[in-house]
Every structure is written in structure tokens, then in C-alpha cells.
Write a protein of this length. Structure first.
Length: 312
């Protein structure tokens, strides 16, 4: 069971003052205010969460970071000995983000991430990281299950594999989410994608799957002056990524066949790729690191200047 709460004017001065004081009881009273004119956000809190619990404060902070869109927030405790809470952000009844806050370990675990209207995964992840910084979360963890969807979401391609085969890194890797084996993965995967495709996959008349893949590659590269016998895996997947961007929701059979063959190609190459899908990003190390070092340097420089002028 959930009890509902309404945040009326999230960015008003009264709310910000309450937020800065960390006065949880006052925040709870604000949260339960039933004056709902021009409401921006609804949140639904499990009945088992007490008003003394710090998660209420986290929800209020979360509401500020996601105030640009009309989200519904659901929060309930996880069945665990630790203080863990599952939070769902919904937009137009679609699940945008589901994540768990672990108050004991100061971690966030992302369970799912999707688009919310015009807000893509990259933007939502960036906002979630800002939120994590503000409540002193030290790590964000996730299991990379990212996919790109085509033809009204009837077909999908692994985003992590597509990105690794074209750049050597996954989409999440490029955003700072790394596995414990990341350096080893980089060495092996970069060696693979620099190889010629024909050195890894043998095209011959006896293998129907490989030949249909070859037909798709020929179609994708037909407008480009490139020798299929000399193309590297990296070069090919850069072209494949460009081709995939041209696909609309109205897919003909030829487009569907191309998507299926690209998936077959990825499946063959995936056996040579090393990738640990469990990823971690350390948040605390990013808070003011460069700025604070710069300030310290400037301070030392000022002291040197002062000492020299004093000697004069």
C-alpha cells in the first residue's frame, strides 16, 4: 500500500529553506501538504516507511533534480536486512528509471533506464548522478542490459556490443561506468576490432548464415568505395551504426533482414569479446576534484608571491 504525497511548488523559497536545514519533521509536513495547485510531481511512499526515515529527505532532493518533467515517484523498502529502497520514476505510465538506494553502503543500483519523452538515457543518467552527489552517494552500480530498438520496438540490437565493436568501449564505459577487468577488456577488444573481418569470419558457399550476413554487409557498403575483403571490424561497425540511424519505424522486409543479419554478425563476434556487464562508477572521486586542486595551487602561488615581495 502507498500513501500519496504532493509537492506543490518544488522550487519555492520555503521548500529550499527546509531542505537546507535537514529538519526532517518539517519536510514531512511540507510533503503532506494537500494544497495541490500547479503540482509538478506526485510521489507515493510505502506505508511501512516511517516519517523519521532519511529516504523521505532523499525523495525531496530527487524531486528537485527531476522537476523539469511531470514524473510520478514510487518508493518502497526492499526485503533486506540493510536499509534499501526501490524507487521508480514513471512518466505517462512508462517506467523511466528504476533504482535502489542502499543507505548502509551509500550506493545506488540502477535496475532499469529508458527514455522519458524527449529525455534520453544520457540526460536522465546525468541528472541521477547529480542527485547522487547531493546526497553523498559514493558509487552507482548497474548491470549493462542496454539495447537499441527498431521497427516500433519489434527488433533490438545490443548497444554494448555495437559500441564495443565500433569504438572498443561500451556506451556505459564512455560515461565512466567500468568493470573491475576494464583494462584487460580494452586490450583484447581493441585488438579484435582492428582485425580484418575476413580473418575472423570465413565467408563461403557452405555457410548460409555467413553468406546472408555478407549480403547485408554488401548492401550497407554499396554506396561507399570500400573493399569488403580489407575492411576491419571497427570500420564495418562504424558504417553499421550510421546505417542503423537511418532506420525508421516503418520497416520493410529488407530492413528487417538487415537487422537480423547484423544481430547474427554480432553474435558470431561476441564470442571473441571480453565484457563484464557488471559496472561501477565512483561518484565521490568526481566531487570538486580538479577545482580543489586548482585552488590549492593558486593558494601556494599567492604565498610564494607574498614571500618574494616581503623579501624585497
Amino acid at each position: 500500500m502507498f500513501k500519496s504525497c504532493f509537492i506543490n511548488n518544488i522550487l519555492d523559497k520555503d521548500f529550499n529553506n527546509l531542505l537546507n536545514t535537514n529538519n526532517y519533521n518539517s519536510l514531512i509536513n511540507f510533503l503532506k501538504t494537500n494544497n495541490i495547485n500547479n503540482k509538478k510531481l506526485h510521489c507515493y511512499i510505502s506505508q511501512s516507511i516511517t516519517k523519521e526515515d532519511k529516504i523521505i529527505y532523499y525523495l525531496l532532493v530527487l524531486s528537485i533534480y527531476f522537476s523539469f518533467i511531470d514524473f510520478n515517484i514510487y518508493c518502497e523498502p526492499k526485503l533486506s536486512f540493510e536499509k534499501e529502497y526501490i524507487i521508480n520514476l514513471l512518466y505517462n505510465e512508462s517506467n523511466c528509471i528504476t533504482f535502489t538506494i542502499n543507505q548502509t553502503n551509500n550506493t545506488i543500483i540502477i535496475d532499469s533506464l529508458d527514455k522519458c519523452g524527449h529525455n534520453n538515457g544520457n540526460k536522465l543518467l546525468n541528472i541521477l548522478e547529480q542527485f547522487a552527489n547531493s546526497i553523498k552517494i559514493t558509487q552507482i552500480k548497474l548491470l549493462d542490459r542496454s539495447h537499441i530498438y527498431f521497427c516500433n520496438e519489434r527488433y533490438q540490437i545490443s548497444l554494448s556490443m555495437l559500441s564495443i565493436l565500433s569504438t572498443g568501449k561500451s556506451w556505459y564505459n564512455n560515461l565512466g561506468y567500468l568493470s573491475t577487468n576494464f583494462n584487460k577488456e580494452q586490450i583484447i577488444n581493441n585488438k579484435l576490432i582492428e582485425k580484418k573481418l575476413i580473418d575472423v569470419i570465413k565467408f563461403d558457399t557452405l555457410n548460409n548464415i555467413n553468406n546472408t550476413i555478407k549480403d547485408t554487409i554488401t548492401r550497407i557498403t554499396s554506396n561507399i568505395d570500400i573493399d569488403i575483403n580489407n575492411i576491419t571490424i571497427k570500420e564495418l561497425f562504424i558504417l553499421i551504426k550510421s546505417y542503423l540511424k537511418t532506420i525508421t519505424n516503418n520497416c520493410d522486409q529488407l530492413t528487417i533482414n538487415n537487422i537480423l543479419n547484423i544481430n547474427n554478425l554480432i553474435e558470431i563476434l561476441q564470442q571473441y569479446i571480453i565484457y563484464d556487464y557488471t559496472l561501477i562508477k565512483n561518484i565521490s572521486s568526481n566531487i570538486g576534484g580538479k577545482k580543489s586542486r586548482k585552488k590549492r595551487k593558486n593558494k601556494r602561488f599567492k604565498n610564494i608571491k607574498k614571500s618574494k615581495s616581503f623579501k624585497k
